[in-house]
Every structure is written in structure tokens, then in C-alpha cells.
Write a protein that binds this ligand. Structure first.
Ligand code: MRU
Length: 366
């Protein structure tokens, strides 16, 4: 998508330097900083510190990390170590394991001399596939938005609430939850997006930055505003992303998503989740019981970053000295609260039989 009119992906390969380039998302929405990532430590740090973030982007980054490892040392032993090293960076988004498993099963049968080139080619493929998958999600989501728009007075915008950033920054391009929004905007359907700030890391500010760059009307709201807005008929639908979806359709996404789903159910607001199929973990069923939830640093809760009036980025303390902060980064929304899953193959009920009908190749895995 575009940054000041220039098309960007959230990561790209620099043919000249033979290095991966990323956008260091820690400084957005204030500063647009790009960085090349060239050591295994830098790859791990980029994921842990959330320079790159969002389930699909973490997966694509890990694939490039494996490509680097194969250039440095293509042995089986080094591959295993790299798998574990990258896998241990963040526990919740399944795309990380998915990308690393795909790389490992692709590379293992190859002679060591071919692994570096094959790993890099595969990383490019994973990145390009992600773009096409998200484009397709956008086309399917567009149909839902169109149907809601058709029931509203002509010219009135469809009000969509989203949580966190499931935008192009969280994927390689288009985003998952935002792709239907971009498609609707391009199709001339008036939309307005309620952007949850998404404490503590305020990924909503990333979503606002994206929407702003594309001229999509939006309003940044506190995480607690959604229920109130729904009670007053100001939300026509919710679309979020997911970091891991179970085979029965439970969705694990950024902390606070569950509360939005509860409010949506109480107010008859349709609650959709947009996801690329690599985000489905066919090996787990009960999301609450089985998905590991990342616990992040206390400092993300007790302190907050922003730009001050002097134009400088600064961190300030919010809490009194000595107050401990708890920081679970994700929660699980049970399938029963979800209206539909918007995948690259179409919209499907959050339910095992329907999901397996749409993705029959995973019957054996479940
Ligand atoms: O902690 P983050 O910023 O990596 O969490 C991101 C989310 O929760 C997104 O909603 C999810 O990864 C879907 S991204 C298309």
C-alpha cells in the first residue's frame, strides 16, 4: 500500500545488498524508518521487539531468517537451531511455526549446496502468496460490506469497528481486516472506521496511519468505547484479524478482541474475523485451553510512548511507582461469538465441519 503516494510492502528484498528491508514499526505513526536485517540476532530482535509484528508478517520474516541461516550454514543441525531460535521469539501467532515448518520440510530433502538459494526463493514465495491471499480476503469481505451498504440510506457510510492493526503493516500487503476496507473504498462504497487504540502498544495508531494515507474516513477511539458505540447504533460491523484460529473456529487475537465480540453479540452487530488460511492451527480445538498467550513486559503497561509538543518521541510513566503491571497480549474469542471467518477462499462459519469443507486438504490434520 502507499506511503506518501509511494507503494510499499511491509518488508522487501534488496537485490543490491542481498538483505531484507523492514519498516521499523516501533516509530510509527510518527517516524517512517526502514532498516535492513542481516544477522540472526537482528531477525529475532525485530520480531521480539515488534519492529515487525502481526501474524502474517512475523511468518514471512521468519522465512527470510531461515534463508539467512541457510546462507551462513546450511547443515541440518543449523536448520534445527534456527527453527527453535526463531520460533521462540513470540509464542501466540501460529504463522511463525507455519512458515518455519514449511521452510524446514522444503529444505530438508535438498542437498546442502542448494539450500540457501531454495530458502530465499521460498521466502519470496511466502511473501508473494501473503499478498495474493490478502487481496482475495478483501474481495470476499467487500461483498459483506456491499450487502450492509445496500441496507443503509444511500450515501451513508458503513461504520466498521476494528481492533489492533490487522492492516498492511501486519501482513506483507493489504492487511487482513483492512483489505475489505481498502477494497470497499476503491469500489466507491462510503465507509467509516472506528479504530480502537489497542493499549498497551497502541497498534490502532498504525491502523489510523494506514487509513489516513489512503484517505479512508476513520476515528480513533479508546478501547472502552466500542460497547457504547454499538449500543447507539454507530457500528454496522466489526472486522478484526487473528493470530491463531483453532479448527473449531475459536479466534485468538490482540487483547480486548473478546470484549468487542461480547458487546457485538449483545447489540446484534455482526462480528467478522479476516484471516489467511496459514493462521488456522488445525492441531488445536479449544482456543482458551490450548493457545499459549504471550505475556509481555510490564513496562509496556506502566509507561506509554508518544510524540511531545516539541516533536520528539518520548516515553512517560503512567502508573505510580511500585504498582505492578500485568500484560497478557492476546485473548480468545470463542467461535460462538463470530458471525463469519473471511478467508482467501470465501466466508465460512466459525465451525469445524464448515471450515473443513472449505479446506478439505486439512481433514487428515484434524
Ligand atoms: O502483537 P501484535 O501487534 O503482533 O498483534 C497483532 C494482532 O493481534 C493482529 O490483529 C493479528 O496478528 C492479525 S494481523 C493480520
Amino acid at each position: 500500500m502507499k506511503v506518501n503516494g509511494t507503494p510499499y510492502r511491509s518488508l522487501w528484498w534488496n537485490d543490491e545488498t542481498q538483505k531484507l528491508e523492514i519498516i521499523d514499526q516501533r516509530w510509527l505513526p510518527h517516524d517512517f524508518v526502514t532498516q535492513s536485517v542481516d544477522t540472526m540476532e537482528e531477525f529475532a530482535d525485530a520480531i521480539v521487539e515488534m519492529r515487525v509484528r502481526g501474524a502474517p508478517l512475523i511468518g514471512a520474516t521468519a522465512a527470510y531468517g531461515m534463508a539467512l541461516q541457510m546462507k551462513l550454514d546450511p547443515s541440518d543441525d543449523a536448520m534445527e537451531k534456527a527453527w527453535e531460535y526463531l520460533h521462540d521469539t513470540r509464542p501466540t501467532a501460529i504463522n511463525l511455526r507455519w512458515a518455519l515448518n514449511r521452510a524446514r520440510s522444503h529444505l530438508q530433502p535438498l542437498p546442502e549446496s542448494e539450500r540457501a538459494a531454495a530458502a530465499l526463493k521460498l521466502a519470496h514465495e511466502i511473501a508473494d502468496e501473503d499478498v495474493e491471499i490478502n487481496r482475495a480476503i478483501g474481495r470476499h469481505g467487500l461483498e459483506i460490506i456491499k450487502a450492509i451498504a445496500a441496507k443503509k440510506p444511500k450515501g451513508e457510510p458503513v461504520n466498521i469497528l476494528t481492533h489492533c492493526n490487522a492492516g498492511w503493516l501486519a501482513t506483507v500487503d493489504w492487511g487482513t481486516a483492512t483489505s475489505p476496507m481498502y477494497h470497499a473504498h476503491e469500489a466507491g462504497i462510503p465507509i467509516h472506521v472506528w479504530v480502537d487504540e489497542t493499549r498497551p502498544r497502541n497498534q490502532g495508531a498504525l491502523t489510523a496511519w494506514e487509513l489516513n494515507s489512503h484517505g479512508i474516513p476513520h476515528t480513533y477511539v479508546t478501547d472502552n468505547a466500542g460497547g457504547h458505540l454499538m449500543q447507539h447504533g454507530q457500528v454496522d460491523m466489526v472486522i478484526t484479524g487473528t493470530d491463531r484460529t483453532t479448527r473449531r473456529g475459536d479466534v485468538c487475537n490482540k487483547i480486548g478482541t473478546y470484549l468487542k465480540a461480547l458487546a457485538a453479540r449483545d447489540n446484534n452487530v455482526p462480528f467478522y474475523v479476516a484471516l489467511p488460511s496459514p493462521t488456522i492451527d488445525w492441531t488445536v480445538s479449544d482456543g482458551v485451553a490450548e493457545i499459549p498467550i504471550e505475556d509481555r513486559k510490564e513496562r509496556e503497561i506502566t509507561h506509554i510512548w508518544g510524540r511531545n509538543d516539541a516533536g520528539k518521541l518520548a516515553e512517560v510513566q503512567v502508573t505510580p511507582d511500585g504498582t505492578p503491571g500485568g500484560n497478557p497480549a492476546f485473548d480468545v474469542t470463542p467461535a460462538r461469538l463470530i458471525t463469519g471467518l473471511i478467508t482467501e477462499r470465501g466466508v465460512v462459519d466459525a465451525e469445524e465441519t464448515a471450515m473443513l469443507e472449505m479446506f478439505p486438504e486439512f481433514r487428515a490434520a484434524s
